[in-house]
Design a protein around this ligand. Structure first.
Ligand code: TXA
Ligand code: MG
Length: 315
């Protein structure tokens, strides 16, 4: 069921059940992060492999401190600058965080999401919420309550409706080495430019591999429509066809019917493109087309994370 009643969501969560929650990035499938049974339910509902750890959500830095053994100075700076917001930090976990939540890893992923309804829910709970994106493993992330209902509605008793997600891309994930130097493990809703502007330093981005991902969310095939999907590089052409569909940045491709094409941002705004990305991929997947072509966007700002998702949708 979809609704906006925090008390209902709270009751389910306190009973160890899972609830769909809105965030500014994508919708999450939330459960008590400190309760192994609730965490197991998340993995089962999502059909997610146990080696892929969950992000833990809270509403304050004080609560984050109860989950981790400490924050390196740069993590403090980033937390102060960007929380609540689309940033996840990998930090050494305290023993109260179950191994199931982190898939046995020594670090826990934590974030304070920037969504009024979910912040209010988190304030009323006396435990943090583990929440992966609320999609079946490997499919496109949900950016509306309806998306969650369409795919997981029969297994999730309640979905909190907070409207369409304002950012539309999952959080940017950052970890630190022993010297406190950062690595970006997943490009996301917080642009590298914003990180660099606040810290005055460059951020290394870990490129992912199919065989041995440093963070399992970096598997090269992910976010994938069910239809055959290919990425258009600048050089490569496409097969013009009345049965093709396309996801383009600003302007329609010739020779594909325009009603089978979606424009991420006619004005060329990368933030708008990010916001539309997952919902448009879903719409194309549902259209009567046999093949989906996707066009990369400019590789700057949120464009880097958009291109990352597009590459993996087509992998
Ligand atoms: O924006 C987001 O981050 C959304 C919303 C709901 O908060 N959540 C999300 O979760 O995208 P999910 O499960 O789809 O992706 C989480 C990824 C994992 O696949 C993994 O790569 C990384 O976060 N991760 C989580 N915990 C980790 C850990 N302890 N060590 C390394 N990587 C971790
Ligand atoms: Mg996900």
């Amino acid at each position: 069921m979809i609704g906006i009643d925090l008390q209902t969501a709270k009751r389910y969560l306190e009973a160890g059940n899972v609830v769909g929650i809105p965030t500014e990035t994508v919708y999450g499938l939330a459960g008590n992060a400190l309760n192994p049974d609730a965490v197991l339910t998340i993995f089962r509902v999502k059909n997610r492999p146990a080696f892929d750890p969950l992000i833990v959500h809270t509403d304050s830095l004080d609560k984050v401190r109860t989950l981790v053994t400490g924050l390196p100075p740069l993590a403090e700076t980033l937390a102060q600058a960007f929380w609540p917001g689309p940033l996840t930090l990998l930090l050494p976990k305290q023993p109260n965080v179950p191994d199931l939540t982190t898939s046995g890893l020594p670090r826990v992923a934590v974030r304070i999401p920037n969504h009024a309804l979910t912040l209010s829910l988190l304030r009323q709970l006396d435990f943090p919420l583990a929440a992966p994106s609320a999609n079946p493993f490997g499919y496109i992330s949900p950016t509306t309550a309806r998306h969650v209902e369409q795919q997981l509605g029969d297994q999730v008793p309640y979905i909190l409706d907070g409207g369409p997600c304002g950012v539309g891309l999952e959080s940017t994930i950052i970890g630190f080495d022993a010297e406190g130097e950062p690595t970006v493990y997943r490009l996301g809703g917080l642009a590298l430019e914003a990180l660099e502007a606040v810290t005055g330093q460059a951020f290394r981005v870990q490129s992912h591999s199919a065989s041995n991902p440093a963070a399992p969310g970096m598997l090269s095939s992910h976010y994938a429509p069910r239809k055959p999907t290919s990425l258009l590089s600048d050089a490569a052409g496409y097969v013009a066809s009345p049965t093709a569909g396309a996801l383009v940045f600003q302007t329609y491709l010739p020779d594909i019917p325009t009603e089978q094409q979606l424009r991420l941002s006619p004005t060329g705004d990368l933030n708008e493109a990010a916001k539309n990305l997952f919902s448009y991929l879903r719409q194309l997947d549902a259209m009567p087309v046999e093949h989906i072509y996707i066009q990369p966007v400019p590789n700057e700002g949120l464009g880097r994370a958009i291109n990352d998702r597009l590459r993996r949708a087509a992998a």
